[in-house]
Design a protein around this ligand. Structure first.
Ligand code: ZN
Length: 113
């Protein structure tokens, strides 16, 4: 992943993915102008969150390809499990709504006798 500097007017230095120039690596929206060329490096303060993301990206890039493949396959597996859990939660919610409806009907019938 390629990333570039995004410096805010008061000198906070963030970074952003050049394929996604709407949000910084730490998740801040990129509003206003980029002051990276107008503020001296010595006047800038590094964003610790962006630095952390860059460290993690570098760590990942430095891994042997077998490790990278393993990590990517784990990420895909986790994403699939989250999708499945969302579907199960949705089905469970539907079952509970039907049960609640039946209970209300029963309550109504019992109340009438
Ligand atoms: Zn940042």
């Amino acid at each position: 992943m390629a990333y570039c500097e995004w410096t805010k007017r008061l000198g906070q230095r963030h970074y952003y993915d050049t394929n996604n120039a709407s949000v910084t690596l730490c998740g801040k929206p990129m509003l206003g102008n980029n002051y990276s060329a107008h503020i001296q490096d010595s006047e800038k303060q590094d964003c610790p969150e962006c630095e952390k993301v860059i460290d993690e990206l570098n760590d990942f890039d430095n891994q042997p390809s077998v490790i990278k493949d393993e990590m990517l396959s784990l990420i895909a597996e986790v994403a699939e499990r989250v999708d499945q859990a969302e579907k199960n939660a949705h089905d469970t919610l539907n079952d509970l709504r039907i049960a609640k409806y039946r209970l209300h009907r029963l309550q109504y019938i019992l109340g009438k006798t």
